[in-house]
Design a protein around this ligand. Sequence first.
Ligand code: HGY
Ligand code: MN
Ligand code: MN
Length: 422
Amino acid sequence: MDATDQARAAAAVDEARQWDRLMRMAALGAIPGDGVNRACLTDLDRHARRLLIGWAQDLGLSVSVDRLANLFLRHEGTEPGLAPVLAGSHMDSQPNGGRFDGIWGVLAALEAVQALRQAGVATRRPIEVVAWTNEEGGRFAPGCMGSMAYAGYAPPETWDASTDTEGLTFGAELAKHLALEADIPRRPLGVVEGEAPFAYVEPHIEQGPRLEAEDLEIGVVTGIQGSRWFTVEVNGKSDHAGTAPLRLRKDAVQDAVRAITALNALMHDPEDVLRFTVARIEVSPNSSNSVAERVRFSIDFRHPDRTVLAERGDAIERVVQGAMTTCTAVVTERFNAAPITFDRMVRDSIEKAARAEGLGTLRLPSGAFHDAQFLSRICPSGMIFVPSRNGVSHHPSEYTGPAHLAAGARVLAAVLADLANR
Ligand code: HGY
Ligand code: MN
Ligand code: MN
């Protein structure tokens, strides 16, 4: 692969075309403040997938889905039998999300493949644009179900019983979704039923402040910190708020507050490296004059050091039980993604491509988890970050401008021209 082919592929990236596609996707699930709410396996998600499939078919890419509804758009190489290079991200958003998280990575991969084809840059290996199912975990916890199943990290049926706020299960919604996409050819599920890719590259917004603060265009991601998710269910007894004496109550809210306070102490970190979040709390019967009989709350705990993740994460059960005074508690771990370091080959290809484009680069770890965390278990993987305005994400004000997004797609096009010819 000579550098001119990489430069030709990059030069064929079209900033306006990519931005237009992004804004058309942002209209699917638009919420006030320029945000997006497009949960996985919904009609909105299916509408967005059909829009993407239409663009891919116009390019002559072949379309397929696996049994987790991961969506693949394939560009053939000159040696079709070779393991493909995958590039992409996710299309589902947070409920109060932005226009760029996930979906830009999928559209950047489409843009990079289109640029390669228009520049007439041949690749030995096939390239597959991928959209992973349920990366966010907003509707069905945990996140990354599609990529975890693809990478053989957990059996696909692990999450069938996960339910959304309407009581619908992931398994039922997935079956319904696959039936509605029955016209799309099926393919084996990743390494579970097929082959591992040669490499995986995920473009993504940084979702942090560093690139903007240092006025640099491309983040060369070195790795991803570890994440552990838990659900805590506190069970007490409902009672009349006006008559039940406090000394006789089994108040699930009061014991849940004690548990969260005790967990804050467990998770205290003067260096502010550790991330501990309780952001979903469900109370039943959720009536102001009936004592709460049940509280269910989420725990999202993250750290770059696997020893801290193990020690503090394994202490959660003991701390929650120790905080119970009148109620009982059940702690369930939902997600456990170890910290990972990305492969040098992909990282260096990204860095070299960015510098060849005259872009400023910064090596940095990711605080957010991504599908690349699981792909890195089965093939050399890496990520390309572009700046986030004010470092904001998972909020409607999330923003990255068209020029930065086009720079990211140019780097991806050059990296794909490189990796798909190795
Ligand atoms: O939560 C995360 O880190 C990712 O943005 N879903
Ligand atoms: Mn994301
Ligand atoms: Mn996200």
